[in-house]
Ligand binder design. Structure first.
Ligand code: GLP
Length: 269
């Protein structure tokens, strides 16, 4: 793998709504160009605005998800898709059901398999068999993770089981339901697999992510900040952020601030 020439794209939008619309535009363009696209969507709070915009566009018939394939990005080991704490269930109920994704269009991580290593390898193969991901959409974890590629993840890592850091388990505790403890392991699509996607969209919103976004984009690429590896994708990487998330960046010369046309009033409602 050759290191990219740092010619990735960064677009700073005024606020989270405008950034969510910008991110939805990337998804719309990919599906318009390839209705059979294979896409991975992240969980977390960051994509919620983008989900609203996409669901509204689908309801208006402006985007057709009927033949896309969705690959789940990550899931807790041992958690079934019916479990209230399942990331797959969260994605289904929060987004996929709203855009009419049928079960046959959804690939979820085999986190209840007896042989997790073999099952992860099969998931990896199923992405390859689909021709790789056409679009990998990612959020930025508070500790720099993408999916659940935790700090220490290498740029060539593949779909696998990973130990969750205390920081990630603490993040999960914000929404964890019931008395069952938060699992200490998750399965995630690997950094190397994500880097091979035809397009990568990293969506980062809010001031709380500003410091980690600076480490991701503005400092040397390093396994301590797995998201920084995404820069190796060069022009296939689109980083979409709001002004609050961009507030610590010193790379203003790269920034193509979104013009007024991108600041329209489209909401998810
Ligand atoms: C989660 C998920 C990631 C997500 C990230 C950021 O735990 N594993 O897929 O992108 O952490 O979450 P949030 O958008 O809520 O900050």
């Amino acid at each position: 793998m050759t290191i990219g020439s740092e010619n990735w794209n960064l677009t700073v939008f005024r606020d989270s709504l405008a950034a969510s619309q910008g991110a939805a535009d990337v998804v719309s363009a990919v599906i318009a160009g390839n209705p059979h696209a294979a896409i991975s969507f992240p969980t977390g709070s960051t994509p919620l605005g983008m989900f609203d915009v996409l669901a509204a566009r689908a309801a208006r018939g402006e985007i057709d998800f009927s033949v896309v394939t969705i690959f789940c990005l990550d899931e807790y080991v041992g958690v079934t898709p019916e479990d209230p704490n399942s990331l797959t269930r969260w994605l289904r109920e929060g987004f996929l059901n709203r855009i009419g994704i049928k079960p046959a269009q959804l690939r979820s991580l085999p986190v209840t398999a007896n042989d997790l290593i073999a099952a992860a390898a099969e998931y990896e193969e199923s992405i390859a068999a689909r021709g790789g991901l056409d679009l990998a959409i990612l959020g930025l974890g508070p500790n720099g993770h993408i999916g659940y590629n935790e700090p220490g993840s290498s740029a060539d890592s593949r779909t696998r089981v990973i130990e969750l850091t205390p920081e990630s388990r603490n993040q999960a505790s914000d929404y964890w339901e019931g008395a069952v403890p938060i699992p200490d392991r998750a399965m995630t699509i690997g950094v190397g697999t994500l880097l091979e996607a035809r397009q990568i969209l990293l969506l980062v919103l809010g001031e709380a992510k500003a410091g980690m976004l600076r480490r991701t984009l503005d400092e040397p690429m390093i396994a301590d900040v797995p998201a920084s590896w995404l820069r190796m994708a060069g022009p296939r990487l689109n980083v979409i952020v709001d002004e609050a998330a961009a507030s610590d960046l010193s790379i203003g010369r790269r920034v193509r601030s979104a013009g007024p046309d991108n600041r329209g009033g489209e909401s998810g409602e």
